[in-house]
Design a protein around this ligand. Structure first.
Ligand code: NAP
Length: 264
């Protein structure tokens, strides 16, 4: 299906790996010129080359920088003052017990998972409204609506994104701009794969056997009993960014493998 995205420009934050990279690849597949972001110049350059080779009719560009840092964000705004699509994917997560989450950790999560996304949205939204076209997409988590208690510092920041998404959506009334949020469930990014390998350090087991064991023991509520593939989130994100998804306004869109047990 042609999603009608050819020649749009998209900034995907945190797109050298994992879900962000998969979203960038799926958008490039649709003819979108993607701006690749991460803190490491070599990884950004490698991702740009890979996407350029795979989708030669597009012009992927480097958007290197730590987007938690105000000056580096401003440098990015100067370099790329306009985008049609902004995917706020960048986010950090780790299992922590509540008593270990001190103010410094709260602040780090707030700045990384919320404030960076808010600042980027605040900068790019006005021109989208002026152009009467644009997409802002937040990547939250099932933890936003179903905090497990295993990472309170993370769950709070992901709930905040849902609220921000709805507030920003209310500013788009009567326009072709949309602001939405995807809530992925457990997804097999390189980072998650490393965490599983660390939890089950058995050289004789295949990764697929480790995945089955982990799912059964730790995530029995997952109805798919496997990790979601980053590409699955990427494809959904490309659709939500497309003109066919104009009626999604301020929506929380779950692709959680059945993790959340409620109807809504
Ligand atoms: N994986 C899951 O199970 C899962 C489930 C639900 C939601 N999510 C959400 O999905 C998003 C992506 O997760 P993921 O697992 O794909 O993450 P990941 O594998 O850790 O990838 C993170 C990406 O962000 C970049 N990055 C990190 N800090 C940055 C910063 N300050 N400025 C710019 N780039 C930065 C990383 O590159 P550098 O390190 O080189 O900068 C990398 O490209 C996150 O928001 C996460 O909360 C993930």
């Amino acid at each position: 299906m042609d999603m009608g995205l050819r020649n749009k420009t998209a900034l995907i934050t945190g797109s050298t790996k994992g879900i962000g990279k998969a979203i960038a690849v799926e958008l490039a597949k649709e003819g979108v010129h993607v701006l690749i972001n991460g803190r490491h110049e070599d990884e950004v350059a490698r991702t740009v080359s890979e996407i350029q080779a795979a989708f030669p009719s597009t012009s992927p560009q480097k958007a290197t920088g730590d987007l938690v840092d105000v000056e580096q964000r401003e440098a990015l705004f100067e370099k790329y003052p306009n985008v049609d699509i902004l995917v706020n994917n960048l986010g950090i997560y780790e299992i922590m017990s509540y008593e270990d989450v001190d103010d410094e950790v709260w602040e780090k999560y707030f700045r990384t998972n919320f404030l960076a996304a808010n600042s980027l949205s605040k900068f790019y939204l006005p021109n989208m409204l002026k152009n009467d076209y644009g997409r802002i997409l937040f990547i939250a988590s099932e933890e936003a609506v179903m905090p497990s208690g295993q990472m309170p510092q993370y769950a709070v920041t992901k709930s905040m994104l849902l609220s921000l998404s709805k507030s920003l959506s209310s500013l788009t009334r009567g326009t072709e701009v949309t602001v939405n949020t995807i809530l992925p469930g457990p997804t097999l990014s390189e980072n998650v794969q490393q965490i599983i390998e660390g939890l089950i350090p058995d050289d004789t087991m295949s990764f697929s056997a480790k995945e089955k064991q982990f799912m059964k023991a730790t995530l029995p509520q997952s109805e798919i009993q496997r990790f979601i593939k980053p590409m699955e989130i990427g494809r959904l994100a490309a659709f939500v960014c497309s003109p066919y998804a104009s009626a999604f306004k301020g929506s929380p869109i779950r692709m959680d493998g059945g993790m959340v047990p409620t109807i809504f």
